[in-house]
Design a binder for this molecule. Sequence first.
Ligand code: ADP
Length: 318
Amino acid sequence: MSGAVILENLTKKYGDRTVVDHLSFEVERGEIFGYLGPNGSGKTTTIKMLCGLVAPTEGTARVNGFDVRTSADQIRMSIGYMSQQFSLYRTLTVKQNLDFYAELYGLKGSIAARRKEQVIEITGLNEYRQRKAAELSGGWKQRLALACAIVHQPPIVFLDEPTAGIDPVARRALWDLLFSLAGSGITFFVTTHYMDEAERCSTVGYIYQSKLIALGKIDELRQLPVVDDPNFRHFELSCPKIMQSFQFFRSREYVRDVTIFGRTLHIVVPERVTIADLMEEINRTDLQITDIRPIKPSLEDVFVTLTEREDSKREARS
Ligand code: ADP
């Protein structure tokens, strides 16, 4: 079976400016595809083209078998789309919002009634059905937005930063919901800024300055030679005095990179530096490192490394 979403040199230009540059990749059915990139890199424009809302300048894409250039109407009816400014009607109740979207998607009679009940059940909105959208918390608003986006049972759903601005508990709950929906066969194309969310995706693509610079399963990306350079090792250090420890390792000339991760430090050092060497140095300070362990590069390391490499390639060209 062919992919749920297939991009073929998909390109968008505004005037002289190319904001999405010849993207070609495929998203398999039933997977959660994470689409990442800094602000302004072209994520929303890509999604808008895939949803048939913006016409490509060059290239094309097929979504659920329909060509975005010729079948935008069919695409719009067969996908779910939750944008950053998803338009819930604030003064309408949960139930009335669902009524509106069910009608918009052409659902009628007993089918409409059954689907609305199903999505209320799936998203756990039952006790809020008479509440106005404006009075829901951020997390519940997003659940309602998702319920509206899937009321017509689309096989593919596009979510543009679905968890921006909601608290961590609600974020996790929304992801649990996405997993269970993906388990039932829905394909999700999701943009996010959160690395922990990206780690939950089956495949991720990373767009930088309008070009796709990484694509693959998380473990494949972590093992890219440019990221997991055999000449260097990555360690995680547990340390109560996190800022002092950060300053200390930043000042060591042999440390290639140091970053704070919660209450731990991640450092990258040449292959010849051992845990014993690090312990010896630390014992000469009062940093109280409680644990050191070797780790694999994180997804954030992957994107930082690939972005730096892309920047230096561009500098060399200009
Ligand atoms: P992202 O979603 O990654 O933040 P966008 O796709 O929203 O990025 O935007 C990519 C670039 O395209 C930005 O520089 C933005 O200003 C530009 N852009 C988006 N829409 C338009 C438009 N309608 N006209 C001109 N430029 C646009």
